[in-house]
Ligand binder design. Structure first.
Ligand code: S3P
Length: 167
């Protein structure tokens, strides 16, 4: 069975939606960032501190390579996973779902989380807007399905995905 892959920006609900979706479909849920942290024994922020974004991206590509070898998992990717062609090729092996979200929702959802190094010491709103300008078209382009996430309750988002998968 193909993997179900969730893409979208920080704060789009990939982990929350992914967990519920996996439960509903009786599949395993895997979060790429979480797996990287487990493997390294430190947080994403610490990896950025020590190895910079480049170091993190190398680890991310390696992890995506391993995870995309598996079958029948629901995989939540990091918001920047689609920025590298190498990653996009890997993700295309699965059924890719873009969780589309407003900047306002992203801001609200990322506010209390300290493990998002790209938002440290910068104007978070400005950064999220800039990232969306750079990446928005890529999310759309890579998606087999686009689902509006955000203010909707998670179970409704999951309903919509399950319905689309059934078709
Ligand atoms: C990143 C998003 C993060 C994480 C890292 C970089 C990005 O994942 O991979 O901090 O480049 O947008 P989430 O989208 O799960 O927050």
């Amino acid at each position: 069975m193909q993997n179900i892959i969730l893409i979208g920006p920080m704060g789009s609900g990939k982990t929350t939606v992914g967990k519920q979706l996996a439960k509903r479909l009786r599949l395993d849920f895997v979060d790429s960032d979480h797996m990287i942290e487990e493997r390294c024994g430190v947080s994403i922020s610490t990896i950025f501190d020590i190895e910079g974004e480049d170091g993190f991206r190398k680890r991310e590509t390696k992890m995506l390579g391993e995870l995309c070898e598996q079958n029948g998992i629901v995989l939540a990717t990091g918001g920047g996973a689609i920025t590298k062609e190498e990653n996009r090729i890997l993700l295309r092996k699965g059924y890719v779902i873009y969780l589309k979200t407003s900047i306002e929702t992203q801001i609200a959802r990322t506010q209390k989380n300290y493990n998002r190094p790209l938002l440290d010491n910068v104007d978070a709103e400005e950064k999220l807007r800039q990232l969306m300008e750079e990446r928005g078209a890529l999310y759309e382009q890579e998606a087999d399905l686009v689902v509006v996430s955000g203010e909707r309750i998670v179970s409704k988002v999951v309903d919509e995905i399950v319905e689309a998968l059934d078709k």
